[in-house]
Design a protein around this ligand. Structure first.
Ligand code: PLP
Length: 392
């Protein structure tokens, strides 16, 4: 059975070019970049190159890039650094739709003497900017707003928000894990103090990330140890993955324009066909401002998990918008924040495409998914009840 992988916001395949750059570090090039001898010391040049490649993707200076172990570490480092650098301030602002790497940390800090404001979104997942600006106080220590939502792909106006925060001299962080490599990022225009990146969303391996730290931003390390990463993060460098991330960012820059056109064309074709062929299919989120490859579609009155399982039998890999919490299926906090009704949120599926997806794969989904939805609805008392009510 073939595999049609449309879950690229969860993780991506490692690009062949990335793998090739990484392999030597598992064979002969195993030196420690901190060593005095050239066998190890030469490797620090490879790290330097990767730092330049990552910096180039976001128009930063290489010294503003710190490698981390993942997007979660980048996010945690940004928030914890900000609060440790200004210990007298106790107010954090973020949004209701952040990834758990931010959301759960802020909730955790709320139990530790901090007060967190979670800014709401409207029914299309767009941020309430007036609410955000109105809740800034002298006590606000950090504002953290994601660039692109991982579930809906909705993009927030980060350039505008960053400008306001820079004028007010408020520390601003953006989780750009889903945006980096998929939309242009220029930190000369976006005035964020810090910005998070993760490798495995852009065809580098899992377990590598980066944090942009604007020059002049006060920084407090999360991992205290050796002098690596200019003394900002202890721990011997994950050289192979760093080199891989460097190559992946170079490829992302190279492919960005073409990929935006191609991937959004595939996404639009999938969306149009599903909305045409499946009754009561609703697209969640703002369709104007979103990532090229992401669509979140609700198939009302059936369970997303059942759809996923049946798609899995067909080799189609996607994600649902609900998670198992304490034994029962709960719609995601993102769809809940958008006010998506339970009957729709439960049956929501996220398709996320990459440059490796093809028109044939999209057509395979278009041909095979509508009968799956029809079969599940035939078994759904809610759907049948709905049909009876509509006829009455
Ligand atoms: N932030 C966002 C928006 C994400 O989508 C993810 C991963 O899904 C993360 C952070 C965490 O990244 P990582 O898996 O590299 O820790």
């Amino acid at each position: 059975m073939k595999t049609v992988y449309v879950d690229n916001n969860a993780t991506t395949q490692v690009a062949q070019e990335v793998l090739e750059v990484m392999l030597p570090y598992f064979k002969g090039r195993y030196g420690n970049p901190s060593s005095m001898h050239s066998f190890g010391g030469n490797i620090s040049r490879d790290i330097k190159k990767a730092r330049e490649q990552v910096a180039a993707m976001i128009n930063a200076s290489p010294s503003e890039i710190m490698f981390t172990s993942c997007g979660t570490e980048s996010d945690n480092t940004a928030i914890l650094s900000a609060i440790h650098s200004a210990p007298d301030k106790k107010h954090i602002i973020t949004t209701r739709v952040e990834h758990p790497a931010i959301k759960n940390l802020c909730e955790h800090l709320s139990g530790q003497g901090y007060r967190t404001t979670f800014v709401p979104v409207d029914n299309k997942g767009r941020l309430d900017l007036d609410f955000l600006y109105n809740c800034l106080t002298d006590d606000t220590v950090i504002v953290s707003v994601m660039w692109a939502n991982n579930e809906t792909g909705v993009l927030f106006p980060i350039e505008e928000i960053s400008r306001v925060m820079a004028e007010k001299k408020i520390f601003f962080h953006t989780d750009a894990v889903q945006a980096a490599g998929k939309v242009p990022i220029d930190v000369q225009k976006v005035r964020a103090n810090m910005l998070s990146i993760s490798g495995h969303k852009i065809h580098a391996p899992k377990g590598i990330g980066a944090l942009f730290i604007r020059k002049g931003t006060r920084f407090s390390p999360f991992l205290i140890g050796g002098h690596q990463e200019n003394g900002r993060r202890g721990g011997t460098e994950n050289v192979a993955s760093i080199a891989g991330l460097g190559k992946a960012t170079e490829l992302a820059v190279q492919h960005l324009e073409e990929e935006t056109v191609e991937v959004s064309r595939l996404r639009d074709r999938l969306e149009a066909a599903l909305v045409r062929d499946v009754p009561s299919a609703i697209i969640n989120g703002d369709r104007e401002n979103r990532l090229p490859g992401t669509t979140n579609i609700s198939f009302e009155y059936i369970e997303g998990e059942a759809i996923l399982l049946m798609m899995n039998e067909l080799g189609i890999c996607a994600s649902s918008g609900s998670a198992c919490t304490s034994g029962s299926l709960e719609p995601s906090h993102v769809l809940r924040a958008m006010g998506v009704p339970y009957t729709a949120a439960h049956g929501s599926i996220r398709f996320s495409l990459s440059r490796y997806n093809t028109a044939e794969e999209v057509d395979y989904i278009i041909d095979n998914l509508p009968p799956v939805i029809a079969r599940l609805r035939n078994m759904s008392p809610f759907w049948k009840g709905q049909q009876v009510a509509a006829k009455a």
